[in-house]
Design a protein around this ligand. Structure first.
Ligand code: NAP
Length: 276
C-alpha cells in the first residue's frame, strides 16, 4: 500500500553507498524531508559539486579510517559492482542495522551471503521517475526486518515516490518487468505516436510535440484522477468516433494487450535469468 511521505527526522545514522542517478535522487529527497546532513555518510568515487558542497553542512564523504556502525545502509551501486562494494560494508553492520538495497537483480540471498549472519535486509525495486520524486518502488523484507525497520525503509523510499510491499521475493521479477522497465514502454509509446503522426502527414517537429505532451498530460491526468485508466479511456471514446476507430485497431488481435503481455513476460524471464 502506498504511504504519505513522512518527515525523516527519526532516522539515525545513514550510510549511502553509491550516489549516482538513483542514490542522489534519494539523497535529495531525504534532505528535502528534513534529514540532517550530519547523520549522513556517503561513499561515492565520482562525487560531484553538489555532494561535495553538502560536506559543509556536516555530511561525511568517503571517510577514511575508523568504521562506524550505521543505523541504515542504503546500497545504490550498479548490480555488477555489488561483489566488490557489498562485502566491505560488513564492519558497518551492527545488530540493529537495516540494509536497504535498490540494486536490480541482486537477491536477498546474495545480500545475506555477502553480509554478517542475521542482517536485516530490504530489497527494493524503484523506477526512473524517482528522479523527479514520482517513482514507484516495490520492497520486500527478509525475516530479520522489524516493524520499525520496515517503517524506516518505507520512509526512506517515500522520498522518491510511492512505495508498495510484497512478501514474496519472486514477484520482484514481474515488478521489474512492469514498473522497473515500464518507463521505457511509455517513452516508446511517445516515439511510436510521433512516427505514426508523421506517417499521417504531420510535420516531424509538430508530431513530436503533440506525442510528448499527449503522453505527459495523459499521465498527469491519470495521476490526479480518482478514476481508473479504463474509465478515463471510455470517457474520451464516443461510439463511432475517431478514438473508437483507433481503439478497434489497438484493442484488436495482436494489439496492445497481446503485445504488452508478451513484452512483460519476456522482461520477467530476463529478470529471472539475471538474478543473483
Ligand atoms: N536508474 C534507474 O532507473 C534504476 C531503476 C531501478 C533500480 N536501479 C538500481 O539502482 C542502482 C543505481 O543505479 P543508478 O542508475 O543510480 O546507477 P549509477 O548512476 O551508475 O550510480 C551508481 C554509483 O555508484 C558508484 N560506485 C561504484 N562503485 C562504488 C563503490 N564500490 N562504492 C560506492 N559507490 C560506488 C558509481 O561510481 P562509478 O561511476 O565510478 O562506477 C556511481 O556513481 C542500480 O543497482 C540499479 O540497478 C536503478
Amino acid at each position: 500500500m502506498s504511504r504519505t511521505p513522512q518527515p525523516l527526522k527519526s532516522i539515525g545514522s545513514l550510510l549511502l553507498v553509491g550516489a549516482g542517478k538513483m542514490g542522489s535522487a534519494m539523497l535529495d529527497g531525504w534532505l528535502a524531508r528534513g534529514l540532517n546532513p550530519k547523520k549522513l555518510t556517503v561513499v561515492e568515487p565520482q562525487a560531484g559539486k553538489p555532494l561535495k558542497a553538502l560536506t559543509r553542512r556536516g555530511l561525511k564523504l568517503n571517510p577514511k579510517g575508523k568504521t562506524a556502525e550505521a543505523a541504515v545502509i542504503v546500497i545504490a551501486v550498479k548490480p555488477q559492482t555489488a561483489p566488490e562494494a557489498v562485502p566491505p560494508l560488513r564492519p558497518h553492520v551492527g545488530k540493529a542495522t537495516l540494509v536497504l538495497s535498490i540494486m536490480a537483480g541482486r537477491t536477498i540471498g546474495f545480500l545475506e551471503k555477502s553480509l554478517p549472519p542475521g542482517t536485516a535486509i530490504v530489497r527494493a525495486m524503484p523506477n526512473t521517475p524517482a528522479a523527479i520524486g514520482r517513482g514507484i518502488t516495490v520492497a520486500v523484507a527478509n525475516a530479520k526486518v522489524s516493524a520499525r525497520q520496515r517503517k524506516q525503509a518505507s520512509d526512506l523510499l517515500a522520498a522518491i515516490g510511492k512505495v508498495e510491499w510484497v512478501s514474496d521475493e519472486t514477484l520482484i521479477d514481474a515488478v521489474t518487468a512492469l514498473s522497473g522497465s515500464g518507463p521505457a514502454y511509455v517513452f516508446l509509446l511517445a516515439e511510436a505516436m510521433t512516427k505514426a503522426g508523421i506517417a499521417a502527414g504531420l510535420p516531424a517537429a509538430l508530431a513530436a510535440r503533440l506525442a510528448r505532451e499527449t503522453v505527459a498530460g495523459s499521465g498527469e491526468l491519470l495521476h490526479r484522477s480518482d478514476l481508473d485508466a479504463a474509465t478515463l479511456r471510455q470517457n474520451v471514446t464516443s461510439p463511432g468516433g475517431t478514438t473508437a476507430a483507433a481503439l478497434e485497431v489497438l484493442m484488436g488481435p495482436g494489439g496492445f494487450d497481446e503485445l504488452l503481455t508478451k513484452a512483460i513476460a519476456a522482461a520477467t524471464l530476463r529478470s529471472r535469468q539475471l538474478a543473483g
